[in-house]
Design a protein around this ligand. Structure first.
Ligand code: SAH
Length: 212
C-alpha cells in the first residue's frame, strides 16, 4: 500500500506514544513494553492497520504489534489509535527484513501476513514476505508451536508461498483457495482492508496456516 507522501507523517509517528521509537532496544523486553505476560502477535505490512486494530479490540488479553514500512500509511493507524486508546497495541515503522533484531527467540506468538506485496520479478523473490528467507527469520522469533497465517488474493504469490513451506522446514496446518466459502477457516475471520476491496471485485481469498 502506498499513499501520497504526507509531509510530517514521520514526525507525528515519532511523537506518538503508540509508535515504538527504538524497536531494537525492545528485543527480549516486549513483556515490559506492554506491562504484562500476554502473548505478542504481529502483523507484517499492516497498511492502515484495520485488521490488527480490530483483533486488538476483540482480544484484550493478547498484545498486538503492527509493522509497516511507510509512515504515510501507518499514520492512519496511529490517528485511529489516538481515538480508540487500545492498551494492547503498538506500532513499529520499519522494514521487516530486520525483524530478528527486534524480537528475541520465541518472543512472538503468531505472525500475520495479509495481502503482502507480490514482488512479481523472479529476482525479487527474496523480498516476498512468505519466502523461505523470511520463513527462516520467522523461525528465529516465533515460539515453538507458533503459527504464520497468510491471506492473499494473488494466485502467483500464493502458489509461490505454498512451494516455499516444505523446503523451509515448515508444514501446512490448513489451506483454502476460497476462504469466504470455507466454513471452518472462515469462522471468526477478520477482514483486512485489501480483503474487503478484492473480495468485492469477486476475487477468491486464499489462506494458509503453517507451523514448524
Ligand atoms: N495488510 C493490509 C495491507 C496490505 S498492502 C491489508 O491486508 O489490507 C501490503 C503492506 O505491506 C503495504 O502497506 C506495504 O507498505 C507493507 N510492506 C510490504 N513489504 C514490507 C516490509 N518488508 N516491511 C514492512 N512493511 C511492508
Amino acid at each position: 500500500m502506498r499513499l501520497r507522501n504526507i509531509p510530517g507523517a514521520r514526525d507525528v509517528i515519532e511523537e506518538s506514544i503508540w509508535a515504538i521509537k527504538n524497536p531494537e532496544g525492545c528485543k527480549g523486553k516486549w513483556k515490559e513494553v506492554f506491562g504484562n505476560n500476554n502473548p505478542v502477535r504481529i502483523e507484517i505490512g499492516m497498511g492502515k492497520g484495520r485488521f490488527i486494530m480490530d483483533l486488538a479490540a476483540l482480544n484484550p488479553d493478547i498484545n498486538y504489534i503492527g509493522i509497516e514500512k511507510y509512515s504515510s500509511v501507518m499514520l492512519r493507524g496511529i490517528h485511529k489509535q489516538e481515538q480508540l486508546l487500545l492498551p494492547n497495541i503498538r506500532f513499529i515503522r520499519m522494514e521487516a527484513e530486520i525483524i530478528t533484531e527486534v524480537f528475541d527467540k520465541g518472543e512472538v506468538d503468531r505472525i500475520y501476513l495479509n495481502f503482502s506485496d507480490p514482488w512479481p520479478k523472479d529476482r525479487h523473490a527474496k523480498r516476498r514476505l512468505p519466502s523461505r528467507e523470511f520463513l527462516s527469520r520467522y523461525d528465529e522469533i516465533l515460539k515453538k508451536d507458533g503459527v504464520v497465517e497468510f491471506k492473499t488474493d494473488n494466485t502467483d504469490l500464493f502458489d509461490f508461498a505454498l512451494e516455499e513451506v516444505a523446503p523451509a522446514g515448515w508444514k501446512i496446518d490448513a489451506v483454502t483457495r476460497d476462504l469466504h466459502n470455507d466454513p471452518a477457516l472462515n469462522e471468526g475471520n477478520i477482514m483486512t482492508e485489501y480483503e474487503e476491496k478484492f473480495s468485492k471485485l469477486g476475487n477468491p481469498i486464499y489462506k494458509y496456516i503453517i507451523s514448524r
